[in-house]
Write a protein that binds this ligand. Sequence first.
Ligand SMILES: [Zn+2]
Length: 400
Amino acid sequence: MWAELLPVGRSPASGGYRRYAWTGADADCRTWFQEQAEARGLAFETDRNGNQWAWLGDPAAGNAVVTGSHLDSVPDGGAFDGPLGVVSAFAALDELRGRGARFTRPVGIVNFGDEEGARFGLACVGSRLTAGALTVEQAHRLTDGDGITLPQAMESAGYDPDALGPDPERLARIGAFVELHVEQGRALDLSGDRIGIASAIWPHGRWRFDFRGEANHAGTTRLADRHDPMLSYAETVLAARREAELAGAVATFGKIGVEPNGVNAVPSLVRGWLDSRAADQASLDTVVTGIEKAARAYAAAHGVDLDVVRESFTPVVEFDHALRDELARILGTGTELRVPVLGTGAGHDAGILSGRVPTAMLFVRNPTGVSHSPAERAAEDDCVAGVTALADVLEGLACT
Ligand SMILES: [Zn+2]
């Protein structure tokens, strides 16, 4: 399966993946998924939001156990973020058939569309639409960098955008969703474990900081006469680092806009986007409040105006405790495998579905923790351990 997937959407220049929603690379990934389903005699279907499903047994029977992930990527993403969960799902099913497993519940494998949001700027569009967490009107307004709307992109890829919408009947058939994912951090590497179970997805958000000063000549304006928003911004970036360290959280200014953006001009505007995540709401509030307070003090010191706008926010997602305990029981029985339970700062389709369906996640060790980069890695024996763990979980949940 990897041999077929690895060349799809890979940039020769960067070695990274550019599998954006409703593009040719995305279509190739979708064809691959359908072929995998059909090669195994699974019933293949695409839902109204463009998510792909492969079924063993009749999903209408209800209480289905579903696994899977996504195949799209961030710009120049790694090979494992998403595809590892889909490849492992098919491999786990093969493993179970090899064991002669007798299924008592329908089993589904899913490829959620547009998980990374690389093209339209919103993550988890496929699962959000299905769960009703994104309205059709909001989805219709999504536009890519070339001015192409989501409905236009879907239509040109051969899908019907008029069908978009919530899908409660489909969700009602799912009794459990288990997403396997490469870890996007170093917790497993540091603890020396191959596999982990997710406890929660950290609350996270994005805030836009607009520092407004006064554009002026970089050669003739005395330092004392400047209202330079770049200075307040730079000090705020350092404050974000300090506040995050104090709270055991993360805070990142990773995107910036400058006006007039001239080499020989004091800027009039510096717009920076803060992404911050923490293990709990109180810590996140402390970090962001601390950064904003510092930013206001720096802005005042430089005669600069500051506006702070929260652009998005996702509260903490606690995965279903009963399902999590069931996974720990299944994986802890009769094996030497130690399976730690860990939180994550990354969002996932499993997090979107967790409000509607009992949901759990398995993480596979990432030796460097690097993700959203061509340097993302997982060792082959760790991936095999992931497949075995997922097969054990499916067997424990869906077989006699
Ligand atoms: Zn992912």
